[in-house]
Design a protein around this ligand. Structure first.
Ligand code: 3HC
Ligand code: NAI
Length: 692
């Protein structure tokens, strides 16, 4: 686009419009255009300047696709200062997304009018940075330090009404942006400029307490705590010095790997649904949902659908089981009311039918099966669904591991069968793996993605294999960690090292949460097909034999009590592990935390490379999003494939060779990883050209 900023004179008032779709981000051309139009308006003797965005949004912030390249003048802070020092009164009209640098432009204007559509915030910390164009200095002068600390450290958006209450905007308008701006300009005629930087410094807050809180809440992350120091500068330094301090802190964060990781995550989560087959196909209409099986997952999926106004018919084997499911769903819906997501549970629950009669599923547009994880049961259920469901209905399975091609083959319509793999709790977790079987029709895949969007979930396309993308990787890193325990590390050291690395929970704490009996059952099921090289975590079998199934029994790897609901280490577990090592003639060794983290990451990255080679995931970014959204991988590290690129594939390959000497079968190196490392390529290179 040649000129993304234009100026129209309306009765002596310069209306400057930023027109840079899709969200009017402050690209270099926009910054230069804005500067030029301010000059032009002043030179033409405009009585006032009204800033608006074309389309839905005012300005969604800096153009983050420019991050990582050398910045080009005019820089945003200079543009903001120029606006503030304009000889014409400047009025910003906040509408739609008014975020980050967009809000900083508005804070530099002399007056702010907001329309009802405005979503206002400084979300920079979510990208690993802080506001870098005066936001940390101007916002606290308008709102006070406490409110600014809250807004900037959370990055949350507020409505126009809240912004008015906080003192961010001067006036709420019930008109389109241009009319709102022109009417306001009439009202303030003759009142001149009112620079935010002239306002008194905000009173000090307890900045040290805020800083420590940020260190605790955002473990490992730099941006939130750095934001506290920048806001502190607003109350302790004169404006110009505060700006310099903010700039320093901002530039340090811009150079950080956390910024790179979070920007990668931002684009990756938007790219996952950009698939060629989705462009060419229309999804099927989905008005009613059927769910088969009302246990943990069925009830959670029902709640997820109901919360998005989709009517649900849920079938379980008996009336009592169906009633129990209804109760569980009601609790989840009540939880949403408590969390302020919903006003009234009753109309939502009215959209739910629970029954033991599977014929009630006959008219559903999409049926999601969530019965026991057992192939025989799935076979029976799918043969029955095939018999009773209307033509064109989509038959989805929530299986965690089973072969969906085999399940589909039990029906006369394998093209209508797909995997919709939700995560527990299904009404909360954002990830949905869309598992595409060999014969799944393109419009069924498209419906999976549009259904995910309707539920507010992030959907990733996966192919059929044991565990798809996420659980296949999970099985591998669990095995690597079990092997580490056999060789000498304690589960507690491992969990600690990995939470320090940034994982939401360690793998042994997760195992306790999921129930140790589940993995035990899987080990028994797979015992016959086990290769002679596979090592068995006999210590975990021992815990299960003792009835220690994890949280639900009060004991697993950890001991749980009312006093310690999160669990505490148990010396008895360490004794059992020591016995099992002795039985297997293993002489335990010490592992450093960084060695643990490296093995954990190598297990993930190596398996992920096999998954890519097998075509189970299309792009590395699909794996990044799966691990971040479904498995508690730290978003600020961008995902495991991004992490691998940062670590250097050559270096990782060297480490894998060393581990291969130790255990050639477990650490067999994925050919793709070797190819990339040897040709000096990265996973990011594989993402290129596959995300549009
Ligand atoms: N820069 C560049 N592109 C952006 C962008 C930005 N700031 N914000 C959004 N986009 C792009 C998206 O990548 C997407 O592109 P695509 O269609 O090619 O995938 C398109 O705009 C639409 O975005 P969404 O799909 O996210 O659309 P939604 O309507 O769901 O959400 C939004 C719109 C609320 C604006 C959301 O995109 C968003 O939160 N954007 C980021 C806002 C932000 O973080 N701003 C701060 C930037 S940092 C900054 O300003 C630094 C300053 O202090 C110096
Ligand atoms: P669950 O044991 O809690 O619930 C299963 C429900 O299915 C029970 O209510 C049972 O009565 C019902 N059921 C069994 N056979 C039935 C039939 N023929 N007709 C109607 N209802 C029947 O199991 P859970 O945990 O909800 O798992 C269900 C499925 O979801 C499994 O395939 C599992 O692998 C998968 N899954 C589980 C996750 C979890 O974290 N629990 C996560 C993701 C997927």
């Amino acid at each position: 686009m040649n000129n993304p900023v234009r100026l129209d004179l309306e009765n002596g008032i310069a209306v400057v419009t930023i027109d840079n779709p899709p969200v009017n981000a402050l690209s270099h051309a926009v910054r230069a255009g804005l500067l030029r139009m301010i000059d032009t308006a002043e030179a033409g003797g405009a009585q006032a300047i009204v800033l608006i965005g074309a389309g839905r949004d005012f300005i969604a912030g800096a153009d983050i696709s420019e991050f990582g390249s050398p910045p080009k003048e005019p820089y945003l802070p200079d543009l903001c200062r120029r606006i503030e020092k304009s000889s014409c009164p400047v009025i910003a009209v906040l509408h739609g997304a008014t975020l980050g640098g967009g809000l900083e432009v508005a804070l530099s204007a002399h007056y702010r009018v907001a329309t009802q559509t405005a979503r206002i915030g400084l979300p920079e910390v979510l990208l690993g940075i802080i506001p870098g164009a005066g936001g940390t200095q101007r916002l606290p002068r308008l709102t006070g330090a406490e409110a600014a600390l809250d807004l900037i450290t959370t990055g949350r958006h507020v409505t126009a009404k809240t912004a008015l209450e906080l003192g961010i905007v001067d006036h709420l308008a019930n008109a389109p942006p241009k009319e709102a701006g022109l009417a306001f300009a009439e009202n303030i005629k003759g009142q001149g400029q009112r620079p935010t930087s002239d306002l008194p410094q905000p009173d000090a807050a307890d900045f040290d307490a805020w800083y420590s809180r940020m260190e605790q809440v955002h473990r490992g992350q730099s941006a939130p705590k750095t934001a506290v120091r920048a806001i502190e500068a607003a109350s302790s330094l004169p404006f110009e010095e505060g700006l310099l301090r903010e700039r320093d802190l901002f530039l340090t964060l811009m150079d950080s790997p956390q910024r790179a990781g979070l920007i990668h995550a931002f684009f990756a989560e938007r790219a996952v649904s950009k698939l060629p087959e989705l462009k060419e196909t229309n999804p099927r209409d989905i008005h009613t949902i059927g769910i088969l099986g009302g246990g943990t997952m069925g009830a959670g999926i029902a709640a997820a659908c109901l919360l998005k106004s989709l009517p649900v018919t849920l079938v379980d084997r008996t009336r009592a089981a169906a009633d129990a499911a209804r109760e569980r769903i009601a609790q989840s819906i009540q939880g949403a009311v408590k969390r302020g997501k919903l006003e009234d549970a009753a109309p939502v629950m009215d959209q739910l039918v629970t029954t033991a009669e599977d014929l009630d599923l006959a008219d559903a547009d999409l049926i999601i099966e969530a019965v026991f994880e057992d192939m025989e049961t799935k076979h029976e259920v799918f043969a029955r669904l095939d018999a009773i469901c209307k033509p064109g209905a989509i038959l989805a399975t929530n299986t965690s591991y089973l072969d969906i091609n085999v399940i589909a083959a039990r029906t006369s319509r394998p093209e209508d069968v797909i995997g919709l793999h939700f995560f527990s709790p299904a009404h909360i977790m954002k990830l949905l793996e869309i598992v595409v079987a060999d014969k799944t029709a393109p419009d069924v895949i498209a419906t999976g993605f549009s259904f995910a969007k309707r539920l507010g979930k992030t959907a990733v396309r996966a192919g059929v294999c044991d565990g798809f993308i996420g659980n296949r990787i999970l099985s591998r890193y669990r095995m690597a960690m079990d092997n580490l325990v056999l060789d000498g590390a304690s589960p507690y050291q491992i969990d600690n090292a990995l939470t320090e690395f940034g994982m939401a929970m360690g793998p042994f704490a997760v195992a306790d949460l999921a129930g140790l009996d589940i993995a035990w059952a899987a080990r028994k099921r797979k015992a016959a097909s086990r290769t002679p090289y596979e090592r068995i975590p006999t210590f975990a079998d021992r815990l299960c034999e003792m009835g220690r199934f994890g949280r639900k029994t009060g004991q697993g790897f950890y001991l749980y009590s009312e006093k310690a609901p999160q669990g505490i280490p148990d010396p008895e577990v360490e004794a059992i592990i020591a016995e099992e090592r002795a039985k297997a003639d293993i002489i335990p060794r010490d592992f450093r935390d960084d060695e643990i983290v490296l093995r954990f990451m190598l297990a993930i990255v190596n398996e992920a490379a096999y998954i890519l080679d097998d075509g189970i995931a299309r792009r590395p970014l699909d794996i990044d999003v799966t691990l971040v959204y479904g498995y508690g991988f730290p978003r600020w590290r961008g995902g495991p494939m991004h992490w691998a690129d940062q670590a250097g594939l050559g270096r990782l390959l060297d480490s894998l060779h060393t581990l291969q000497d130790e255990d050639p079968h477990f650490w067999a190196i994925a050919p793709l990883l070797s190819r990339l490392a040897q040709s000096d390529q990265s996973f990011a290179d594989l993402n290129k050209g596959m995300s549009r």
